[in-house]
Design a binder for this molecule. Structure first.
Ligand code: ARG
Ligand code: ZN
Length: 458
């Protein structure tokens, strides 16, 4: 934990905390300010992985601040706060402490300008780096921490902000990121790509994919711009990848019919050639590891990542123990899509998973409502998480279930939420006491007992 050198003098404010107090990741995020916008301006050379950047942060101090932290792992050249040079020191592998010349006043707007240069693939924390180099570029996609390897931030989902992301790369290289592409310009052998995310996003949902891509722009669902990109060199996976990701508009239509209006103003998907091993619901434009398409066309993973646009991205977790709100909902959306496609019913999928794991399986030992830091992406968060929603639906009925899910989105759109708030909403809408139900499904180890139909009291 960072120890700040300067004691707070009377009237000169006090230092911001080095974390927001996340129970799983105590150093994630920072106290004392709220970011409203990131302007991330980079230059990247794929040949040697050199990343140079200037990130400008617009933030509002939530108290009088004598110093504050930024989450960042790369080597920093300078920091200016409100135009004046500030003192900066590293106070942890991913923590910088900044001491501005003048105390920042609560409620005023402050700007932080950080200049840096480093090779992110060589910056290891706990023996690894989430920044992945590929044969033609790099991919910055990760959860829960990735921002530290490409821009300084308040890296916690509780502080959402809008983004401008601009990257110059050697001519002939492509850059994909979130939201809308606002322009491209060439100068002296370099092409600068400009992207803009106008709806607040969690920091981990901002992404970069740099390399050789075939990009297509068309009109997607809701008459919005849709940008998809497939890495060169996908080989036999190129066709199934396209056959899946190009169905994005159809899946978004289906999901918006269930959940409500699509949260954002653009859409799409990116498939890098290598170096990922998972998919991520990067805001507006998920990134899919090509391995998902080894089985052929795979609209399940597309549905999963697109469902996250509502649950995960727009309705974001307040802190990481709430991860079930993301993964349970996205996994259940896969079941609903399967049913919609005529590939079995949600009840059949419930029965399948329920019998797949015997009572003594380790699977049932993980509590989806509090899986622990090391089990953030455990199968139980996903599959027992989806089973929980199906059992709830059986318990309160289709009509109240749909009302609950829609109200959940409507009330928390562009915000942050907790499992506790979700439980309260289900009880309010159904008029039932559901503490025991959620205790058994989300907060207890062991296999919940079910009757004829899960969720229906025996
Ligand atoms: N939220 C992502 C998904 O559902 C999971 C990302 C897993 N992250 C990781 N670093 N393995 O689909
Ligand atoms: Zn997911």
């Amino acid at each position: 934990m960072a120890v700040l050198a300067t004691p707070a003098l009377a009237g000169s404010g006090s230092p911001g905390e080095p974390g927001v107090g996340d129970p799983y990741f105590p150093e994630a995020g920072n106290g004392g300010y709220d970011v409203s916008h990131y302007d991330v301006r980079l230059r990247y050379q794929p040949k040697n992985d050199l990343l140079r950047g200037t990130t400008t942060i617009v933030a509002e101090p939530t108290k009088d601040l004598s110093a504050f932290n930024l989450d960042f792992a790369l080597e920093v050249d300078s920091v200016r706060v409100n135009g004046l040079p500030a003192k900066v020191s590293r106070s942890g592998a991913t923590e910088l402490t900044v001491e501005p010349k003048r105390t920042l006043r609560r409620g005023s707007l402050a700007t932080f300008v950080v200049k840096y240069a480093d090779k992110p693939s060589e910056v290891q924390v706990d023996g690894s780096t989430p920044w992945k180099r590929t044969s033609t570029g790099a991919v910055a996609v990760g959860q829960p921490q990735i921002a530290e390897w490409w821009f300084p931030s308040n890296d916690h989902p509780s502080d959402k902000a809008t983004f401008d992301i601009s990257v110059a790369v050697p001519n002939g290289t492509e850059v994909l990121s979130n939201g809308e592409m606002t322009g491209r310009s060439q100068r002296g052998g370099w092409t600068r790509w400009n992207w803009r995310m106008p709806t607040p996003s969690a920091t981990y949902l901002a992404f970069l994919a740099i390399g050789q891509y075939g990009i297509s722009g068309k009109t997607g669902a809701f008459d919005q711009p849709m940008i998809t990109a497939y890495a060169d060199g996908l080989g036999e996976l190129a066709d199934p990848a396209r056959a899946s990701v190009e169905r994005t508009p159809e899946v978004l239509d289906f999901l918006s019919g269930l959940f409500g209006e699509y949260p954002f103003e653009s859409q799409g998907g990116v498939v890098p050639a290598e170096g990922l091993g998972f998919a991520l619901e990067t805001q507006t434009r998920p990134v899919y590891s090509p391995g998902f398409f080894r089985i052929g066309s795979n609209t399940s993973v597309v549905t999963h990542e697109l469902a996250h646009q509502w649950f995960g991205d727009s309705v974001a977790v307040r802190d990481w123990p709430q991860i079930w709100l993301n993964e349970g909902f996205a996994s259940y959306a896969e079941w609903l899509w399967a049913e919609h496609q005529g590939n079995g019913t949600a009840q059949q999928l419930f029965d399948h998973y329920y019998s797949l794991y015997p009572a003594d399986s380790e699977f049932w030992q993980v509590k989806p409502g509090d899986p622990g830091r090391e089990n953030l992406f455990h199968g139980a968060v996903y599959d027992r998480g989806a089973m929980t929603l199906h059992a709830l639906r059986n318990r309160i009925g289709d009509r109240d279930m749909l009302r609950t899910v829609r109200a959940w989105y409507e009330q928390n759109r562009d915000g942050n939420a907790t499992v506790e708030e979700f439980i309260a909403l289900t009880e309010r809408i159904s008029g039932q006491q559901l503490d025991g139900f959620f205790d058994e499904w989300l907060f207890s180890a062991g296999k919940p007992q079910v009757g004829e139909r899960a969720g229906v009291p025996r």
